[in-house]
Design a protein around this ligand. Structure first.
Ligand SMILES: Nc1ncnc2c1ncn2[C@@H]1O[C@H](COP(=O)(O)OP(=O)(O)OP(=O)(O)O)[C@@H](O)[C@H]1O
Length: 265
């Protein structure tokens, strides 16, 4: 019931980027995520939806080992990126997070300049050979995050001096600057106004040309607008995973139907 691997369902169109098999997460004694198996496709936006506390963020954090930073969290099961086990002892979580970047609900710029916020990742991962190349990465990342026009004349000013919506776009620029292969976004628009939300949604659509994007959202309209695949979680279980159109128009499980029609949540 919990096994949502596309391989079994033969509907896959893109290559599988991340495969999760039998993933459980415990916080101390509390069993937050139960036997989740799912294939996340390349060049696809996948939305995670479901009522508060159902485990969306917990599962998202498994995909780049952010749960490692929570002392009580324990993850079991297997998650692979391009077929490689991301929990293998040989994997450096810092390197993994450059490939599988993350944008959080609350904008969290570093207490550094706008420029240095974006340049930080490329610097620590040695992605540029000189200042001109680094300048180019910073400009391109800020352009992709639709922040360049507002930021180009104040690159030396602190990132924390930007508005909330601008700070979130700065965090997106910081995440894309390391050229991740997967971008995980945990309710990235919850602090944004409708204009900034539309800009971020456009960016998500653009990122899909090259990356996998996984987005946790409470907005079903947003899931329907930006994603091609949707996973519905309920009480720690992955209940249903399918094409977004199918989830919203013809769900198989009554729990999914109840949620999207507003009966549970
Ligand atoms: N750091 C933590 N320590 C202990 N329990 C946690 C922690 N983070 C999450 N949980 C618990 O795990 C369960 C799943 O939480 P999670 O944040 O993944 O849900 P969610 O679906 O993302 O919720 P929301 O939509 O409200 O953000 C909840 O019962 C929550 O209380």
């Amino acid at each position: 019931m919990n096994d949502m691997r596309l391989i079994d369902r033969k509907t896959t169109m893109n290559e599988i980027k991340i495969a999760a098999e039998g993933v459980d997460v415990f916080y101390g004694e509390s069993h937050a995520l139960k036997d989740v198996s799912v294939d996340i496709e390349e060049r696809t936006v996948t939305a995670f939806i479901g009522p508060s506390g159902c485990g969306k963020s917990t599962f998202l954090r498994c995909l780049n080992r952010m749960n490692d930073t929570i002392p009580t969290a324990r993850v079991t099961g297997r998650i692979t990126l391009d077929g490689e086990d991301i929990y293998a002892p040989s994997v450096d979580p810092v390197q993994l997070r450059a490939k599988v970047g993350m944008v959080f609900q609350k904008p969290n710029p570093f207490p550094k300049s706008i420029y240095d916020n974006v340049a930080y990742g490329p610097r620590i991962h040695g992605l540029s050979r000189n200042k001109a190349e680094l300048d180019e990465i910073v400009e391109n990342s800020l352009r992709r995050a639709a922040l360049w026009d507002e930021a180009k004349d104040r690159l030396a000013e602190p990132g924390t001096g930007l508005s909330g919506g601008q700070q979130q776009r700065l965090c997106i620029a910081r995440a894309v600057a390391t050229a991740p292969e997967v971008l995980l976004m945990d309710e990235p628009c919850s602090a944004l106004d409708p204009i900034a939300t539309a800009q971020v949604e456009e960016l998500i659509d653009e990122l899909r040309q090259n990356f996998s994007v996984v987005i946790v959202t409470h907005s079903m309209q947003q899931a329907a607008r930006v994603s091609q695949k949707t996973a519905f979680f309920h009480l720690g279980h992955l209940v249903e995973y399918d094409d977004t159109d199918t989830i919203f128009q013809n769900p198989r499980d009554t729990r999914t139907e109840s949620y999207i029609t507003g009966r549970i949540g």
